[in-house]
Design a protein around this ligand. Sequence first.
Ligand code: B12
Length: 369
Amino acid sequence: MNALENEIAAAARERGFVLVGFSPLRVLARNRFYSRWLAEGRHGEMAYLAREPERRLDPRRIDSRLRSVISLGFPYQAPAPSGRDWRRELRGRIASYALGEDYHDRVMARAAAVVMDLVRLRPGALTRLYVDTGPVFEREWAREAALGWFGKNTNLLNREHGSYFFLAEIFTDLELGGAPRPYGDFCGTCRRCLDLCPTGALEDGYVMESRRCISYLTIELRGPIAPHLRPHLGNWIFGCDICQQVCPWNEDGRAPASELEPYLPDLLALDEQGFRDRFRKTAIKRTKRRGLLRNVAIALGNSGNPDAVPHLIQALRREHEPLVRSHAAWALGQLGGADARRALRQAAACESDSAVAAEIAAALSLHAP
Ligand code: B12
């Protein structure tokens, strides 16, 4: 590192970033992989991933004066393994990255402070800052800057810090970073993330089939979740950490279990205002109330616990969102029992939404004599 890079790295560390690297900009040689990935529809409904391919592959299209990128890694709490019997206690599970204040705001504020430091060091420097906020292949640039390697679980992994860190990039017109220093791939023959992903979203590694990823299904997908995938979601109600938790490069943390594992019936009872009050400042607001409650209904259906039935019946009767009613109907079908069946039959008689009616019919047919 040259003197300026050392100063920038020191400033970034001061702001809480544990990983800092530099690389000159060039056209990324991933066009073929990326075009195929899109053509195969692996991005699901995330249409924004197909936008501005030229900029993604060459950030100089953002501004032709840009010369290099500073990649930053900001750590977050590694999740603790659950010590609870979630089925008995009716507890959902939230991915660790989503705890606390929305990371976009948290990391953005710190990265913006690094930008100020940089401009103090080099007055007039041109900068463009991204924290998951634009058409940038963040992991690819972080890999170029030797922050880590692109793991089989498609996360950027670092030997010291594992993968529980966010990425941010400062593009600048300063000349930073020398010849690429490849980090190496330390996945070896390990297949744990591939074999333990409940939905097989990582296939044979290094590729993400978003349409099967629990993180995509619970956060990004707006509509119904395909019935054959629902049982595999277990109790994940926002994101998923499995492919990180099983990775030998990650250690277990001690994130507060109460926040990671909320009581599901409380969430199912949230109205719009209650949802806003509880999640407004967190990343969880992204699903909106209807998305979160859809996931909660699935988790209750997966619990196998009859205590969930009255809460789901309540949702089937009172819930105004068809998306939530339909997943509550599915969950009642999974749990079965006389009360669930009676409620489903009653709902069938008065349901006006055809998608919900179809879910109710499917749920009733599970236990048809
Ligand atoms: C869309 C998205 C998702 C989607 C799709 C995920 C995916 N793997 O693409 C979904 C919703 C599933 C998702 C989930 C998660 N995400 Co996300 N996501 C993004 C986002 C916005 C874009 C990623 C993207 O462009 N994907 C499209 C594909 C084509 O891109 P790619 O995989 O990066 O593609 C490159 C590599 O595949 C490479 N490549 C291809 N083949 C090979 C082979 C080898 C050997 C190598 C080395 C490279 C390589 O070429 C491609 C093109 O450059 C980024 C932020 C950003 N702007 O980058 C965050 C980001 C990747 N997500 C992040 C996080 C934290 C998560 C979750 C952990 C959250 C959670 N707990 O639920 C999960 C992890 C799931 C997983 N295993 O990936 C972090 C990752 C940090 C890290 N340490 O890696 C990011 C960087 C956000 C941030 N700023 O911190 N995410």
